[in-house]
Design a protein around this ligand. Structure first.
Ligand code: FES
Length: 312
């Protein structure tokens, strides 16, 4: 039988000053998942190994770890697929980054969950829409359901939060799965604070998202997190039109509409005003000397009319 190696992060805060890696050689069974491999080690080689799992069916979200540096659900990930993908016979398993390690592959989610609770992550029934009688029900039409259905697939595995760069820089930033949940309730007619959800997202710095899309890339359930963030942002555009992020988005849109690309020479003035532009002069000067600026007068791109149609 073919064998493979797992190199697993081990850390016991009661004994170890820092984490180390331990290697295990295992037989590769047909259909073996990473979680099967972890259970194999626990039951046959080393009972001290700690990891978290429950449903074994990609539903509870508790088994998320890093496999060769990529967030994966251990119960959904085939060992064979990973060995082939990385063209190796050794896989490295780590706890999700950004969380405090409790032991080995088990992390403490409380930081992410504290931010989650700030968004009121539950349906608050609107008495005008949700009937109180137990024999009555709210009818949701397919086109209404379609708007929030993709966000309901989130299983709170925390992978998106682990890779989000903004949550490290901004303590007030709610986080990717948190915003996906807010987007979900902002589209649900049964929710009493449906129209307040986007404002809540604004107060939790939804405009600070960098749109790197790492969260959406790593989501094991393919939740369109970045799209949810865009939905929340678009719902705040009119109310917070003086906000720098809103001005920035509008200026970019106008440029694309007008000439097909961004005019970075004037973008800063339109976004931050004269004072902000003056403050950015050192950076502008540096860009000029490095040849990183665009020509001041720019022509429209070819086929600009087609682009306008697209924007419409
Ligand atoms: S064990 Fe529940 S998602 Fe993997």
């Amino acid at each position: 039988m073919k064998e493979f190696k797992l190199k697993i992060y081990r850390y016991n805060p009661e004994k170890d000053e820092k984490g180390t890696y331990q290697e295990y050689i295992l037989p590769l069974f047909k259909g073996m998942t990473i979680l099967d491999a972890l259970f194999y080690i626990k039951e046959n080689i080393d009972s001290t190994l700690s990891f978290r799992a429950y449903c074994r069916a990609a539903i509870c979200g508790s088994c998320a770890i890093l496999v060769n540096g990529h967030p994966k659900l251990a119960c959904k990930t085939q060992v064979k697929d990973m060995l082939e993908l990385f063209e190796t016979d050794t896989l490295k398993l780590d706890p999700l980054p950004s969380y405090k390690v409790v032991r080995d592959l088990v992390v403490d989610y409380s930081k992410a969950l504290d931010r989650f609770m700030k968004i009121k992550p539950y349906l608050i029934p609107d008495p005008n829409v949700v009937p109180l009688g137990k024999d009555e029900e709210t009818i949701i039409y397919p086109e209404e359901h379609k708007k929030y259905d993709p966000y309901t697939d989130c299983i709170l595995c925390g992978s998106c939060f682990a890779v989000c760069p903004v949550k490290n820089l901004d303590e007030n930033y709610a986080g990717p799965f948190q915003f996906a949940r807010l987007a979900r309730f902002s589209e649900d007619k049964r929710d009493a604070i449906k129209d307040e959800r986007a404002k809540l997202a604004f107060s939790l710095n939804v405009w600070n998202c960098l749109r790197c899309e790492r969260c959406t890339d790593v989501c094991p359930k393919h939740v369109p997190i970045t799209h949810g963030i865009a939905v929340l942002r678009s719902k705040t555009i009119n109310e917070f039109e003086d906000y720098v992020g809103v001005k920035h988005a509008k200026a970019i849109f106008e440029d694309i509409k007008k000439q097909g690309y961004l005019n970075e020479n004037t973008l800063i003035v339109r976004t931050k005003g004269i004072k902000g532009a003056l403050e950015s002069l050192p950076l502008a000067f540096k860009m000029i000397t490095k040849g990183k600026t665009m020509p001041f007068f720019q022509k429209k791109i070819k086929n600009q009319d087609e682009l306008k149609d697209l924007l419409k």
